[in-house]
Design a protein around this ligand. Sequence first.
Ligand code: RTP
Ligand code: MG
Length: 148
Amino acid sequence: MEKTFLMVKPDGVQRQLIGEIVGRFERKGLQLVGAKLMTIPVELAEQHYGEHKGKPFYDDLVNFITSGPVFAMVWQGENVVELTRKMMGKTNPKDAEPGTIRGDYSMFVSKNIIHGSDSPESADREVALFFNENELVTYDKLINSWIY
Ligand code: RTP
Ligand code: MG
């Protein structure tokens, strides 16, 4: 099953939006298979955002993402990478549609609440950067045997 790495950024944690964001993915029907609250070390931030090294916003981005706790997660489901990118909305909240996470909760590209992997290949890389194999769980959804 496809997996993706999603992260409530420091602005989302400060604004107490973890529950709101997790709830959206849960209600959509995706499965949470790993999660932790953590403060990202600078070296990990540099690896994670390595593709942006040299861009004008890179230093601010690394400073911001290491500035306070984030809520790092792994979610699983069919087509989960594309689906969660759609639910997040465009990178710049000014362009993000209402109904998306960035469209509903953020105003600035530098404080856009959530990160999500942009391809299945990025997802594999990012999941491995942030989580050990033993921090991920697999479990069957039993809901169909509880509700009818
Ligand atoms: P993310 O990696 O955080 O999920 O965001 P994304 O794929 O939608 O956007 P990406 O191009 O990967 O950019 C990473 C983050 O850098 C900040 N950014 N600032 N000032 C700017 O023009 C600018 N462009 C990007 C954003 O916070 C973006 O989420
Ligand atoms: Mg990105």
